[in-house]
Ligand binder design. Structure first.
Ligand code: ATP
Ligand code: LTN
Length: 334
């Protein structure tokens, strides 16, 4: 039986990924790459929907790709590539934009939130059409499943609507993809503000655990994580968000159920618990960090790997795009 196809991606929006990206995305991707024919992209065209320093963007793009590989995404098994290396993404996004309603795009809550924060003049049209580019990413590869966080669900729903609309207007062309929504237990919160999601673009880095941080920095951030005055290691998301978040991280990385960890630390203070967590996180990150830095030491080899993978991606994407051009009625170049 042929494998189902899977597509996901991340923006190169920081020098390092954070532990939420690792637990919520990379670990799941790594686990799925055997069962699926998987495509993972570093979505640099999405990243430029907000202002980027050109040199820094290039660096962040390489770094993000290196961390995918270091975390166990195998470029010989999965297709791991940089979005802008495959021109078809931007081209299909244009076609899809012509069948997207203005009102329909305007209902995307992520855009509404971001543009409200930034103000209309600081918001690019690219940020508005961002979900259409995401739809193009997914549809080019005839994707069956799209693993994403809850915040991206609406974009995958739009992708499904666009696929169905195109298929009914122009004939069966796209597979209609299904979202696979990340489990709530894989959601990680900021260590200093445990009611907000940990994020690469957080203003303060004090509560963000970066994959590429030095182990001593990671250790310090864990020891300083916000808890509460109760003193018992117990999971209770609403009353004890700080401790609950640390338990989630502990459980996700150690593979042990939360109840077992609670038992282990029953009657012991937060200090002991944090030390235990520190050891778990540091030993998980250490080999990933070492491998990522090694890959980044040889950018030519990394670029070569990405080029091979981009060729593999382009072959599929170009075929889909050619069909789309044909169906839409664009005159073929003679
Ligand atoms: P940005 O701040 O640039 O939006 P981010 O760190 O919030 O970045 P994304 O690039 O939006 O992350 O997401 C990449 C992947 O990582 C997605 O699959 C998302 O669900 C997952 N992810 C991001 N943050 C977390 C988190 N705190 N907990 C669990 N998963 C997360
Ligand atoms: N918008 C997503 C990143 C992303 C993506 C995709 C995810 C771009 N294209 C295609 C899945 C499939 C984000 O910010 N997490």
């Amino acid at each position: 039986m042929t494998k189902q196809r899977l597509y996901s991606g991340m923006q190169p929006s920081a020098d390092s990924l954070q532990i939420g990206n690792y637990i919520g995305a990379l670990l799941q991707w790594r686990g799925m790459q055997e069962e699926y024919d998987a495509f993972f992209s570093v979505v640099d065209l999405h990243a430029i929907t907000v202002a980027q320093d050109p040199e820094h963007l290039r660096e962040k793009t390489r770094r993000t790709a290196a961390q995918y590989i270091a975390a166990g995404i195998e470029p010989s098994r999965s297709t791991l590539y940089v979005q802008s290396h495959v021109r078809a993404h931007a081209e299909l996004a244009w076609i899809l934009s012509t069948i997207t309603g203005f009102g329909e795009a305007g209902r995307m809550t992520q855009f509404k939130d971001k543009s409200q924060k930034q103000g209309a003049d600081a918001t690019s049209v690219g940020l508005f059409t961002y979900p259409i580019l995401m739809a193009a990413d997914i549809l080019l590869y005839q994707t069956d499943v799209v693993p994403v966080g809850d915040d991206q669900k609406q974009h995958v729903e739009l992708t499904r609507d666009l696929a169905e609309r195109f298929n009914s207007r122009f004939g069966d062309t796209f597979v209609v993809p299904k979202p696979v929504i990340q489990a709530e237990t894989a959601r990680i919160y900021d260590l200093q503000d445990p009611t907000s999601k940990m994020s690469k673009s957080a203003e303060s880095h004090a509560g963000v655990l970066w994959l590429l941080d030095e182990p001593s920095v990671t250790a310090k951030k864990i020891m300083r994580a916000v808890t509460d005055s109760e003193g018992s290691v117990r999971y209770d998301r609403s009353e004890k968000p700080g401790v609950s978040n640390l338990l989630t991280i502990y459980s996700a990385l150690s593979g042990r159920p939360i109840a077992e960890i609670e038992d282990e630390y029953a009657g012991r203070g937060y200090g002991d618990f944090k030390k235990g967590l520190r050891d778990v996180v540091v030993s998980e990150f250490e080999p990933v960090r070492a491998r990522a830095l090694e890959l980044l030491d040889d950018p030519a080899e990394l670029d070569r790997l990405l080029a091979v993978n981009a060729d593999r991606a382009a072959e599929i994407a170009d075929a889909t795009l050619a069909t789309v051009y044909e169906r839409v009625g664009l005159l073929r170049r003679g």
